[in-house]
Design a protein around this ligand. Sequence first.
Ligand code: TRP
Length: 451
Amino acid sequence: MTTRTRILTGITTTGTPHLGNYAGAIRPAILASQDANADSFYFLADYHALIKCDDPQRIQRSRMEIAATWLAGGLDVNRVTFYRQSDIPEIPELTWLLTCVAAKGLLNRAHAYKASVDKNVEAGEDPDAGISMGLYSYPVLMAADILMFNAHKVPVGRDQIQHVEMARDIGQRFNHLFGNGKEFFTMPEALIEESVATLPGLDGRKMSKSYDNTIPLFTSAKDMKDAISRIVTDSRAPGEAKDPDNSHLFTLYQAFASKAQEEEFRAELLQGLGWGEAKNRLFQLLDGQLGEARERYHQLMSRPSDMEDLLLIGAKKARAVAAPFLAELREAVGLRSFVNQASAPVAAKKKAAKAARVVSFRDDDGNFRFRFFTADGEQLLLSRKFADGRTAGGFAKLLQADEQVEVRPEALSFSVWIGGAAIADSAVFPDEMSRDAAIEALRAAQTPTED
Ligand code: TRP
């Protein structure tokens, strides 16, 4: 049995990763994947990207850049399952099954959708102006991402906690409707890394593309240096003591420095290190840590077919999990083959078992016997004769619990054996197919004792 924690997260492929993405999400995820207890699923959420972006060039570039960033950052594809969401056709299929059980009222409450509606209303527009069904159903697609792989932990930003909660909600509803006591879906938990710094950007606000205050990650050393030179500082001159705890330049340094490096830098700032020199130190630190990865990044970007191959292997690994699971779910909702209908799914088996019945009686010559019925009252077996009621009752119990029971087909009927003795017989069937169907029905009506 594996008891590894399944960690799953998706990255929406609409932009180019910057330093803040790296420190806040990519680096911690790669580190977490190295834990022997972690079974990590990381993917490019490119179907989600289509919701926000209708520029094919940008989607394609971002998918490649994000894949290359994770790989260059040290993600080991032999340890983790790394794939593109759009390479897994089971995801949109599961999305539909979940869409059919997701309450519309639940989705009405999604923050992203509500924010768009509020904006429209404020602007005096139609509440749904410009809102696509993709945006509206965004949480269902995300639920499919998560539930498909039965993730335990989902590392996300705070803005995504609600979506993980919705995944639980939708998964629970599916379990309730179709599980018959079986929990198809594991309940996922959002994982918010408290210790991970959200990096400040050039102006001190959170580093974010929407504030246009980012430090590029792998584009080039020059780009990184230029951005660093634009970090806003106070106006203290060289020689004046700086206040490290109120300097976001220091915060950025801290996020990449060892304790010793951090202390040294702090001391130097207190002693009046000039800001120009301080920026230089920050660049040296980042370049030292990210320079090699940057080279790997450019190598990967120049050989897209290598990345394509890696991602297709990842998709294969993911589909090896997704395809059989989806088959089970299709079965559960009633999308079943017309052939072999007697091989009832596990769910139906449990349902029938609840109501399977044994009726005991005494026959004319005073022997104890019983009849075994399915849930819908079909008689499957008539027991042999037993001299005392307790023996008959004991066998009936074993039969119901499917313990030590052996079924032997004989021509157009079958008998049931326990401990080397025949205890009950079926009727005679018109053909082998109906006989086998009755054996299946018997199996379905039994409740194996759990151990
Ligand atoms: N919506 C997430 C974001 O924008 C990305 C995402 C898509 C995701 N599917 C996911 C994250 C499943 C975690 C799990 O950040």
